[in-house]
Design a binder for this molecule. Structure first.
Ligand code: NAD
Ligand code: WQD
Length: 345
């Protein structure tokens, strides 16, 4: 199994899930938002080695092709992308180039090597500002920023490939708000720089690495005035991917699934559940809305349950507890962590 972006937040947890279930794992990552230190942790948790790790930019087709030449790849989990909404507003070309260009480079290389099975990281961001109510997979797509548009473009490219070439099976997973950490506390979310996402920011405030949480907007049309999202545990997210592998042989074509809990939580809910579950205060100020944010994004996550009999097992308290354990054990993230023994790299 080739995992692109396997050093990242979701990709590293996916590596553990795959190793735990007996898969051979090959990773490519350019560490744009991650560090190779993570693999010592992955291997410690799984008690197995990652087969090989290659530092490369997915758009480097020659380097990518050499990986496919060297290993017998039967399917790809494609996590590698740039994922910051605000980053995409500042550098749209970089986002399109990395996310769309990375995906087309991967597809061309897969095609050249006769690999036709892909699980793709899409995003609930493709729905944009949909208003209240649960979003199912048939909800209108209205990407509101270059990041979301890049994911939607990738979905359209993948759909075209599947329409033209019946040998392809593609599963597009539209995640809502993955958060939390591996229950060991060894693996978690450690983005470069200031976290853009809520849960890692809350955890960094709780551990004293940042002073206060800035809650972006207290005047949304929601019960407490703060914005509502669908937070799903990263372990549930990667479990869904592992289950997806069993369904890559269900038949050709592309299928799209929401991956969410199907329950909304406001920013103040997250702060309250974090404080209560972890027994730690999270000082905050309510500040103006963040440009581009919307009031309410919650999945109708029933299609994946109907199709595969799978549903998430963890709730917001589990997300907060696990994120907090990782943050306490790694107050400065993976910085300074040892690489661990692995002669294969
Ligand atoms: P992440 O930034 O932690 O992981 C992405 C990984 O891809 C990083 O390790 C990064 O170094 C690598 N990468 C980036 N550009 C690359 C390139 N050109 N070549 C090779 N590697 C490259 O992000 P994540 O949260 O783990 O997200 C994984 C995927 O899930 C992304 O595609 C993201 O868009 C998608 N997604 C994430 C969320 C979320 O909230 N975390 C929600 C929906 C979808
Ligand atoms: C959640 C809520 C913020 C930080 C983004 C992408 C989405 C997906 C997940 C990739 C919002 C508020 C946040 C802070 C805050 N990623 N917040 N203070 O914006 O729902 O979704 O990440 O695909 O596509 O759009 O997630 O975690 O940034 O924010 O008040 O310091 O927390 O305003 O309401 P978001 P988030």
């Amino acid at each position: 199994m080739l995992v692109t972006g396997g050093a990242g937040f979701i990709g590293s947890h996916a590596c553990v899930e795959l190793l735990d279930h007996g898969y051979e794992v090959i990773v490519v990552d350019d560490y744009a938002n991650s560090t190779p230190h993570v693999f010592a942790r992955v291997e410690r948790i799984a008690g197995r080695f990652v087969g090989a790790v290659y530092e490369l930019d997915l758009r480097d087709r020659r380097a990518l092709s050499a990986v496919f030449d060297r290993h017998s790849v039967d399917a790809v989990m494609h996590f590698a992308a740039l994922k910051s909404v605000s980053g995409s507003l500042e550098a749209p070309v970089e986002y399109y180039d990395t996310n769309v260009g990375g995906t087309t480079a991967l597809l061309r290389t897969m095609h050249e090597h006769g690999v036709h099975r892909l699980v793709f990281s899409s995003s609930g961001a493709v729905y944009g500002d949909a208003g209240p109510g649960l979003l199912d997979e048939s909800a209108p797509v209205r990407p509101a920023n270059p990041y979301a548009a890049s994911k939607w473009l990738c979905e359209q490219i993948l759909a075209d490939v599947c329409r033209r070439r019946p040998e392809y099976t593609v599963l597009c997973m539209r995640y809502f708000n993955p958060a939390g950490a591996h229950p060991s506390g060894l693996l978690g979310e450690d983005p470069h720089g200031v976290p853009g996402n809520l849960v890692p920011y809350v955890a960094q405030v709780a551990v004293g690495r940042r002073e206060r949480l800035h809650i972006f907007g207290g005047d949304y049309p929601t019960p407490d005035g703060t914005a509502i999202r669908d937070y799903i545990h990263v372990m549930d997210t990667v479990e869904a991917h592992r289950v997806a592998l069993d369904h890559l042989s269900d038949g050709p074509g592309m299928r799209v699934f929401n991956i969410g809990l199907g329950q909304g939580s406001s920013v103040l809910d997250v702060v309250a559940v974090f404080s209560e579950t972890c027994g730690v205060q999270v000082p905050y100020d309510i500040v103006p809305r963040r440009p581009g944010d919307v009031a309410h994004v919650v999945a109708d996550a029933s299609a994946v349950t109907l199709a595969w009999g799978w549903r998430p097992a963890r709730n917001l308290a589990d997300i907060c507890r696990d994120a907090w354990r990782f943050q306490q054990l790694n107050p400065r993230g993976y910085a300074g962590a040892g690489r661990g023994p692995d002669s294969k790299r």
